[in-house]
Write a protein that binds this ligand. Structure first.
Ligand SMILES: [Fe+2]
Length: 232
């Protein structure tokens, strides 16, 4: 587990940031938001979902699951505390556009749940560690040139509940809220061809084209928007 859970207790404790903000900001503006603003927007978007158990879900994301302190990856994209929430918010923004562009007409609640929680499986599975890395050379006490090793802070994955990726997100979500078949299919299929069982994605996307929209949004956030963050 990461250190220091984010405090997400009651709706009223947060400054007024409406879910509409996430829909109005441009993608680069969203990607530049500070971590606390991302946390507030994600919480408010989920609170706006009209489904029993959502309050408990958000509470768990802020405490037991440690969602808001989790990076999105060890080093590939948004590898910083809070990176998973940022990634999820960007995926949400991207799939909103796809919903409009393709006229998918997906339920707003489904868009919020699937985009913001597709990677719930990652929550709390990263630990910060120090790893030795060779950086050039140095002269030791005997005047010899030797390798210069420095300790670099990095992330390591340690999943205590390794029951899949999208499937694990679904399992965790269903402890708090009921999911529709569409939502389950979108979350399970969001890895697309990166899933070991590619035929699962093909079948799911044939049945629910929104599965492809969530997968594409995941790719775009990871390789375009979050890559841009790192380049800045
Ligand atoms: Fe993702």
């Amino acid at each position: 587990m990461n250190s220091g859970n984010k405090t997400v207790s009651t709706n009223s404790q947060l400054p007024e940031i409406t879910p509409d903000l996430a829909r109005r900001l441009t993608l680069p503006e969203l990607a530049a938001l500070p971590e606390d603003a991302v946390t507030r927007i994600v919480c408010r978007l989920l609170w706006s979902v009209d489904r029993s158990g959502v309050d408990r879900l958000v509470m768990a994301m802020g405490h037991d699951l440690d969602f808001f302190a989790t990076p999105a990856s060890t080093r590939y994209h948004s590898a910083y505390e809070g990176g998973l929430a940022m990634h999820s918010l960007l995926v949400y923004r991207l799939i909103l556009d796809k919903d409009r562009y393709f006229g998918l007409d997906l339920p707003q609640d489904s868009l919020a749940i699937t985009a913001l929680c597709h990677d719930l499986c990652k929550a709390g599975t990263y630990q910060k560690i120090l790893k030795g890395r060779r950086e050039g050379t140095k002269i030791n006490q005997r005047g010899q040139t030797v390798a210069n090793w420095v300790d670099i802070e990095t992330w390591e994955v340690g999943d205590a509940f390794p029951v899949g990726h999208g499937e694990k997100s679904v399992i965790i979500l269903q402890r708090y809220i009921d999911l529709s078949d569409l939502e389950i299919a979108m979350i399970v299929g969001h890895m697309g061809g990166f899933d070991e069982r590619r035929n699962v994605f093909n079948r799911l996307a044939e049945l629910w084209p929104a599965v492809a929209a969530l997968h594409a949004s995941d790719l775009e956030a990871t390789y375009i928007l979050e890559a841009r963050e790192q380049a800045c």
